[in-house]
Design a protein around this ligand. Structure first.
Ligand code: MG
Length: 280
């Protein structure tokens, strides 16, 4: 595969991201697929879907897990509802994440990813220990499938993420770096963070955002690629510096406005294509 192929976050019947028809229209060759609903996670659907993608000329690089009941409405809601950290939903979601990994294997995809949730900063906190244990459990399941697990960045500072990565201590655990999330959650300057965690970054989201007035307390704002505070020329130069050569996967979450979403992703494709030609 060429270096830095373009990608887009996509979904079939559930989850975030654009539909496949939009991916095709945009002429983007790779996707991060948000896991489809349970009803679609069957061997029959997997073959059907693989055939469809092949015909469209689209490759899945990562399958993302997501769960019912997750809400990114604001920072406290995200902490309470997202990922494997919340105790009430942990067992069911852990089982579901393993099913999602198995479905990814049926699709021939060797990377699964997720937002693990808000990991407490205090490493002696029970929730921290639980988060380490559940991530080990998912990693070990993925290992049995010859898969890697990528943690979505955003909630943790780069130091916190490195600490967590070290404590989980699994050789198939890597990072999906989302620079916009660092800004949205107020967890650190994204380029500096990328340099710090770079050796574990094996996939990225090209998403942009502007800082909140009170970072870490209020959400920043997600904006079209190139219009926020990430600085994509710098971001791509840093990806080159750390030796990253995987897909550049655009994520733009405004599913309520599909026409605008498609137009903005189209502009993102153009921007990344220009920057890639300049930097690579
Ligand atoms: Mg992301």
């Amino acid at each position: 595969m060429e270096k830095w192929p373009l990608g887009v976050f996509a979904s079939i019947d559930a989850g975030l991201g654009v539909h496949l028809e939009v991916v095709k229209e945009l002429g983007v060759p790779t996707i991060h697929l948000h896991a489809p609903s349970k009803a679609s996670r069957t061997p029959e659907k997997a073959s059907e879907f693989t055939a469809k993608l092949k015909k469209m000329g689209i490759t899945i690089s990562v399958v993302f897990g997501g769960f019912e009941g997750e809400s990114y409405a604001d920072i406290p809601t995200t902490a309470k509802t997202v990922g494997l950290v919340p105790p009430e939903t942990r067992a069911a979601r852990t089982a579901e994440m393993k099913e999602i990994a198995d479905f990814a294997r049926l699709l021939g995809v060797d990377i699964v990813a997720l937002h693990v949730g808000f990991v407490p900063h205090d490493t002696s906190h029970q929730l921290y220990k639980d988060a380490v244990a559940v991530t080990q459990e998912i990693c070990d399941h993925c290992k049995g499938n010859n898969q890697r697990l990528h943690l979505e960045t955003g909630q943790e500072s780069p130091e916190g993420l490195l600490q967590f990565h070290g404590d989980v201590d699994r050789d198939n655990l890597f990072i999906n770096f989302d620079p916009a999330n660092m800004i949205l959650y107020g967890s650190g300057e994204p380029i500096e963070a990328l340099k710090k965690v770079g050796k574990y970054v094996r996939s990225v989201h090209c998403k942009d955002a502007t800082w909140a007035d009170k970072p870490g307390e209020e959400w920043g704002a997600e904006v079209p690629l190139g219009e926020g505070d990430v600085g994509f020329e710098n971001f791509l130069s840093t990806l080159k510096e750390i030796g990253y050569d995987g897909p550049l996967t655009i994520e733009r979450e405004i599913p309520q406005e599909p026409a605008r979403q498609k137009e903005e992703i189209g502009r993102g494709v153009k921007l990344l294509t220009e920057l890639r030609a300049k930097i690579l």
